[in-house]
Ligand binder design. Structure first.
Ligand code: 5CA
Length: 442
C-alpha cells in the first residue's frame, strides 16, 4: 500500500477527550473515528488490526474443534422472556420495536439465541458435545462508556457456547476453552492470567476471567506470582493431552479480581514474597452455568437410558475490539504504538526520505515491489513530507520494521533497516534487502 493512496488521518496532538494511552494513540494514528459515545467506526489501519486479531481468535477456535456460525445482531425479545433475562438485563439492553410493534433487541450476548438453535435440532446424547462460536457485534448501553474501544457500547466479541450431557463432560469443554484462550492470547504477544471471577448477569457457578496486567486496567487483581510460570507452559500442551490436570495447576495458585478477592484467603494461600497486586484488563471471560438456560428454555436431550434432561452449557467470550486497545496498552513507548508481529497492520514500513530524487524513487519503488512479491504487507511512505514528519508518523503507527531510504542509498547503495521495538538499526546493501526482510519476518 502506498501512503499517497491510503486513508491515514494522523493527528499531531493528543485529543483532549482521551484519558488513556491506547485511546489517545488509536485516535492519533487514525485507527478509529468516534461515531457517538462508546461507538466507533474503524478506519483502514484500525480495521486491519481488528481483522488480524479476529483471525487469530478464529484460527484457535477452529483448532480446538469449535464450529463457526453467525447469529443475527437483532434478536426477538420472546427468547429473553423465556429465560427470564429480558427484565433482569435492565437499561444496558437496547430495546427496539419493529413495525408490527414486536419487541426486539440488539444482542448484548447470545445465550438465549444459541440455546434456541440447539434445541431445534439436537435431541440425543449421541450428538453431544456441541461447540459453537460466532464473531459478531454486540451492543450494551454501558453506564460509563470510556477508554475508547476498551469499554464501548458497540463492540466486537467472539462468543462460544458448549452443550454437554452432564457436568463432567461440561467441565472438559470448559477446560478446552481455558487452554484455547491461553494459546490465543499468547499468539498476540500477551500474557493473560486466568482468575476466578464473579458470573454477573450471565450466571452460573464457575467462571474465569483472563486478564492482562496493565496499569490502566479497570480490574484490580491479586495473584500468586507462580501462576506466571504456569502460563509459560501453554505451548507444550495439545488438545489430546490431559487438560484437566493442566487447568488444575492454574487453579491451585491463588488468583482473583476485585469482586472475588479476599485478603484473608490471599494471605493464607500465598507466601508474602509471591503476592502480586496489579491492575489489569479483562480480555476474555468463560462461564460454566449448567442448566440455567436449558431448563427455562426446555433444551432437553435424551441420555443413553432414554431419560430426558436439560443439557449442560457454558459460554466463552473474547473482547476482540477491546484487544486492539489492550495490546496498545501493553506495547507502546513515548513515540507511539509497537505492534507485535502477529497483529501488526503491515509488517514493514518503507520510508523514502528523498522522494524528489529520481534514483531514490527508483530504489524505493523496486524495494516496495520486491517486498510485496514476498507476500509481506508493506506500507510505503512515498509522500513528500519532511523527514521529521515521516519518522514520527511511522513510529506512531508502530509497524515492526522500517526500511529507510536516504542519501546513502543514492551514493553507496545502502539503506537502513530499523526495528521499531528495540530501536536497533543497521545499514545493508540494497540487493540483500529481500533476504534480510525474509529473515526478520519468517
Ligand atoms: N456471553 C458471555 C460469554 S460469551 C459474555 O458476554 N461475557 S462477558 O460479558 O464477560 O463479555 C466477554 C468479553 O467481551 C469480556 O471479557 C470483554 O473482553 C469483552 N467486553 C465486554 N463488555 C465490553 C465492552 N463494553 N466493550 C468492549 N469489550 C467488552
Amino acid at each position: 500500500m502506498k501512503l499517497s493512496n491510503y486513508f491515514l488521518p494522523v493527528l499531531k496532538e493528543s485529543p483532549s477527550e482521551a484519558e488513556i494511552v491506547s485511546h489517545k494513540l488509536m485516535l492519533r494514528a487514525g485507527m478509529i473515528s468516534q461515531s457517538s459515545s462508546g461507538i466507533y467506526s474503524w478506519l483502514p489501519l484500525g480495521l486491519r488490526v481488528l481483522k488480524k486479531i479476529e483471525n487469530i481468535v478464529r484460527e484457535e477456535q477452529d483448532k480446538a474443534g469449535v464450529n463457526e456460525i453467525l447469529m443475527s445482531t437483532i434478536q426477538p425479545a420472546d427468547l429473553w422472556k423465556e429465560s427470564g433475562r429480558y427484565e433482569d438485563y435492565g437499561k444496558e439492553m437496547l430495546r427496539i420495536k419493529d413495525r408490527q410493534e414486536r419487541d426486539m433487541l440488539y444482542g448484548p450476548t447470545n445465550e438465549e439465541q444459541v440455546t434456541d438453535i440447539f434445541r431445534r435440532s439436537i435431541k440425543s446424547y449421541k450428538e453431544l458435545p456441541q461447540l459453537l462460536y460466532h464473531i459478531q457485534w454486540k451492543f450494551r448501553d454501558e453506564l460509563r462508556p470510556r477508554f475508547g474501544v476498551m469499554r464501548g457500547r458497540e463492540f466486537l466479541m467472539k462468543d462460544a457456547y458448549s452443550f454437554d450431557l452432564n457436568l463432567e463432560s461440561s467441565e472438559s469443554s470448559y477446560n478446552k476453552f481455558f487452554v484455547c484462550y491461553l494459546k490465543t492470547f499468547e499468539r498476540m504477544g500477551l500474557k493473560a492470567i486466568p482468575m476466578a471471577a464473579d458470573t454477573g448477569p450471565i450466571g452460573g457457578d464457575m467462571s474465569h476471567e483472563f486478564i492482562i496486567i496493565s496499569k490502566t486496567g479497570e480490574s484490580e487483581i491479586y495473584f500468586d506470582k507462580n501462576i506466571l510460570d504456569q502460563g509459560e507452559k501453554i505451548s507444550e500442551i495439545g488438545y489430546e493431552d490431559n487438560l484437566s490436570t493442566f487447568v488444575q495447576n492454574f487453579k491451585n495458585y491463588y488468583s482473583a479480581s476485585d469482586e472475588k478477592y479476599d485478603q484473608k484467603e490471599f494471605d493464607q494461600n500465598v507466601n508474602k514474597d509471591f503476592q502480586m497486586t496489579s491492575k489489569g484488563i479483562e480480555v476474555g471471560h468463560i462461564f460454566s452455568f449448567g442448566t440455567k438456560y436449558s431448563e427455562s428454555m426446555r433444551a432437553n436431550v435424551l441420555d443413553g437410558n432414554g431419560k430426558e434432561g436439560p443439557v449442560f452449557m457454558g459460554s466463552y467470550g473474547i473482547g476482540i475490539s477491546r484487544l486492539v486497545g489492550a495490546i496498545i496498552e501493553y506495547s507502546h513507548d513515548e513515540k507511539g504504538i509497537i505492534w507485535p508481529n502477529e497483529v501488526a497492520p503491515f509488517q514493514v514500513g518503507l520510508i523514502n526520505l528523498k522522494s524528489n530524487d529520481d534514483k531514490a524513487k527508483k530504489i524505493a519503488d523496486e524495494i516496495y515491489s520486491s517486498v510485496l512479491s514476498l507476500n509481506i504487507e508493506i506500507l510505503y511512505d512515498d509522500k513528500s513530507d519532511n523527514a521529521g514528519v515521516k519518522f514520527s508518523r511511522m513510529d506512531l503507527i508502530g509497524l515492526p520494521f522500517q526500511i529507510i531510504i536516504g542519501n546513502k542509498a543514492i551514493s553507496d547503495n545502502l539503506v537502513e533497516i530499523k526495528n521499531r521495538k528495540t530501536g536497533e538499526a543497521s545499514e545493508i546493501k540494497i540487493d540483500s534487502i529481500s533476504d534480510k526482510i525474509k529473515e526478520l519476518i519468517f
